[in-house]
Design a binder for this molecule. Structure first.
Ligand code: PMP
Length: 478
């Protein structure tokens, strides 16, 4: 292991409010660059359009009287007596340093030191809409990966993980009792969000190609006359949690078309975007695809650093229509005020020292690890679960979603329900996995199970799958 201490320049961190320019040498042509479409030629939906999409609570929320003035502190020459910012000279931290791995040669480490004025930024309150250098870096990333240029009508805001932002988006857009569209099975983390608002969760079927856009079309075409149509659709397009499936471009295009025809906003929750195992070009995101729509502004996209940099650092970011993101910021400014400055500084210093190429090299390695794990896990599944379970192989993410075949040799079906087998029998055999019911918005039986293969070591996979096999056989024999 070689280690070198290198102090990375932090000038941009200290010049809050200066140019938002992204060094062009960092930018590579985006997937859409051959397209004639760009932010400057697209037609965006006007701000008034979003009145319909804001919840009553969001419309009634007062701006924070102090936080809303904070950006004015950057006005040149102004003396601020504004915020109750504590005097950082009394904070007992004199330096913080962390060592980071090179994205290309994992054994080479760089130590990044936070000291003096930069440390003060990290330890002080900062603006709700994010630490500017970090947000600027993320604009560059969105341009690279989604062809979206900094321009009118959309912006980025950070959150304490994407979960924080999804929760806030739901609060800002959905009224109590609203009908909402959710793919099914769906990420279990959003079910309580909609349930606590007494929403009618309309389940949109999914299969090996992701969300079934034809089922969505049917739901919307048969929507009862006079009943208000759903304002949002929640979907996880890459390596879906729990199914592991990735939506094809055609499905995505049809969903977008439907969002225009039936006037809803797509909440694109994409924490596994960078955990896609295949070669580029990957399927374009909704956020990118919508550039081809006659009017742009129906996608709120959620990214996360959790699966690729650190989950405990709690950083995610939303990209989408300014009006919606402003409403989210307003909620943040009255709840947890901001994402911790320290973690934003850490992530910024890491990313800016890597550059976009380094980031791309890192996520490639991350995806390779998960692909290798998927392969070993699937080999084990074929060995132990052939004839006892069925599954599709994930192209992204960290989950297998498999159907237990619980019909015994005498043809007796054991309820088509994974609940008992997994929650009780498998656990007694020493295995923990999630029964599929946890991901069905309106509950009900399902023979499916979610197994996460992100952490399991190769030596344990065989034992784990043998135990699942035993549980299925015991259930069949019961
Ligand atoms: N959405 C999905 C689909 C997830 O799987 C997760 C993490 N389990 C999240 C959101 C939350 O991620 P974060 O750590 O960014 O809050």
């Amino acid at each position: 292991t070689t280690s070198s201490v290198r102090k990375v320049s932090c000038a941009s961190l200290l010049s809050q409010g200066q140019s938002a320019g992204i060094p062009t040498k960092w930018l590579k042509p985006s997937l859409m660059s051959n397209d004639s479409l760009s932010e400057s030629t697209i037609k965006r939906l006007p701000d008034e359009f979003y009145n319909h999409f804001l919840s009553d609570v969001a419309k009634n929320r007062m701006p924070s009287p102090i936080r809303s003035l904070l950006p004015l502190e950057r006005t040149p020459g102004v003396i601020s007596l504004l915020a109750g910012k504590p005097n950082a000279s009394m904070f007992p931290f004199t330096s913080l340093s962390f060592a980071t791995r090179s994205p290309t040669s994992p054994y080479q480490e760089t130590t990044i030191m936070l000291e003096d004025a930069e440390l003060q930024v990290a330890l002080q309150y900062s603006e709700t809409d994010g630490l500017k250098p970090l947000v600027d870096w993320l604009y560059g990333l969105q341009e690279l990966n989604h062809g979206r240029k900094i321009g009118e009508g959309w912006r980025i805001t950070p959150g304490c993980g994407s979960q924080d932002l999804i929760y806030k988006a739901v609060q800002c857009m959905v009224n109590s009792g609203d009908a909402v569209l959710v793919e099914s099975p769906v990420y279990g983390g959003v079910i309580p969000m909609f349930a606590s608002l007494h929403c009618e969760q309309i389940e949109v079927e999914t299969d090996a190609h992701g969300i079934c856009s034809s089922s969505l079309r049917k739901i919307l075409e048969e929507w009862p006359k006079g009943k208000p149509k759903p304002k949002v659709l929640y979907t996880v397009p890459y390596g879906c949690n729990p199914t592991g499936m990735t939506a094809t471009t055609d499905r995505r295009k049809e969903v977008l078309e439907l969002s225009r025809e039936h006037n809803f906003i797509i909440l694109e929750d994409d924490p596994y975007f960078y955990v896609y195992y295949g070669e580029s070009p990957r399927y374009p995101s909704y956020f990118q695809l919508e550039l081809k729509e006659p009017e742009v502004g129906r996608v709120v996209r959620f990214d996360s650093v959790s699966k690729i940099l650190s989950a405990g650092i709690r950083i995610g970011f939303a990209s989408g229509p300014t009006v919606i993101l402003n409403a989210i910021d307003q909620l943040t400014s009255t709840s947890n005020l901001q994402v911790p400055s320290l973690t934003q500084v850490m992530i910024y210093r890491l990313l800016s020292s890597w550059g976009y190429d380094g980031f791309a090299a890192h996520v490639k390695r991350v995806a390779e690890l998960y692909k290798a794990k998927r392969d070993v896990f699937e080999r084990g599944m074929r060995k132990h679960l052939t004839g006892l379970a069925e599954w599709d192989s994930p192209e992204a993410g960290m989950f297998f979603w498999f159907k237990l075949l619980l019909t015994d040799e005498a043809g007796l079906s054991h309820q088509g329900d994974s609940e008992d087998v997994i929650r009780t029998r498998a656990f007694e055999n020493g295995i923990l996995a999630v029964p599929g019911t946890a991901f069905i918005p309106n509950g009900g039986k399902t023979p499916y199970v979610r197994a996460s293969f992100s952490l399991i070591g190769e030596d344990e996979i065989d034992t784990a799958l043998q135990r699942i096999r035993d549980a299925i056989l015991q259930e069949r024999a019961a």
